[in-house]
Ligand binder design. Structure first.
Ligand code: ADP
Ligand code: MG
Length: 243
């Protein structure tokens, strides 16, 4: 079902302009991101590819407002994130963003259902709405019949599906995923990327997923390639947007 998203439809959901992030470590300067400019449009699936150390995690942390650039700007719905207070950034992370990590990050003592429900509890949503939303999210990821399983009773692929349901249950506008298939075999990895693709198409959310697995890239709308912190855009047959 395509329903209107609560947030106004900005032309660009998120953009970076000449983003630079340097680290100074033991007298050494590392340029983890080197003048990166990119646009994320609503309903777009972007894969960020690059080998280990190329800057993928640094970029995702900056997009999430968890880190500050050395120079350059990050615009969320055309507002500079540097002008936002910590409180506002926390609020944005809670309401507008969803996160998926390589190691799933599920709480071991909670069932799949309870793990997915947790962000809604924290947000103070009432029981009835919470249950409905959680059920719906588990259905989207194909795990309705695994609701009462705990993480250790699920396969790696299933655990990552629970993590995706949790990232998505509060209806964010953007999901940021850092090597979400890094611990999965190729069949499961493919199916996780398929799920992202489906969410983008059916729910109109945007997804930015970092990976070093180039076999997954054909599923994305756009592929951004990082080399030592510098961005190169790949040609791509399913490319939908170009500026
Ligand atoms: P990727 O996620 O693609 O593996 P990262 O963004 O983690 O790459 O790292 C990019 C570069 O920045 C690497 O050279 C890494 O060693 C360096 N780096 C990352 N985080 C820090 C940090 N907190 N302090 C110093 N250097 C860092
Ligand atoms: Mg990383």
């Amino acid at each position: 079902m395509t329903e209107a998203i609560e947030t106004p439809r900005y032309q660009r959901l998120l953009a970076t302009e000449d983003l630079v992030r340097e680290y100074h470590l033991a007298g050494e300067d590392i340029t983890a991101l080197d003048h990166v400019s990119m646009n994320i449009l609503p309903g777009q699936f972007i894969a960020v590819v690059g080998r280990s150390g190329s800057g993928k995690t640094t970029l995702l942390n900056l997009l999430a407002g968890l880190d500050k650039p050395t120079s350059g700007r990050i615009l969320l719905e055309e507002r500079n994130m540097s002008d936002m207070s910590e409180r506002e950034l926390t609020e944005i992370r809670r309401k507008k963003l969803g996160f998926v990590f390589q190691s799933f990050g599920l709480l071991p003592l909670l069932s799949a259902f309870e793990n997915v429900e947790l962000p809604l509890r924290i947000a103070g949503m009432n029981t009835k709405e919470r249950e409905q939303r959680t059920k719906d999210a588990l259905e989207v990821v194909g795990l309705s019949t695994r609701s009462h399983h705990r993480p250790y009773e699920l396969s790696g692929g299933e655990q990552q599906r629970v993590a995706i349901a949790r990232a998505f249950v509060h209806k964010p506008v953007l999901i940021l995923a850092d090597e979400p298939t890094g611990e999965l075999d190729s069949v499961n990895a493919y199916s996780i990327f398929g799920l992202f693709k489906e969410m983008v198409r059916n729910q109109g959310i945007s997804v930015v997923a970092a990976t070093h697995d180039s076999t997954l890239l054909a599923m994305a709308d756009q592929v951004l390639e990082l080399h030592d912190g510098k961005l190169a855009e790949r040609e791509h047959e399913t490319f939908r947007y170009r500026d």
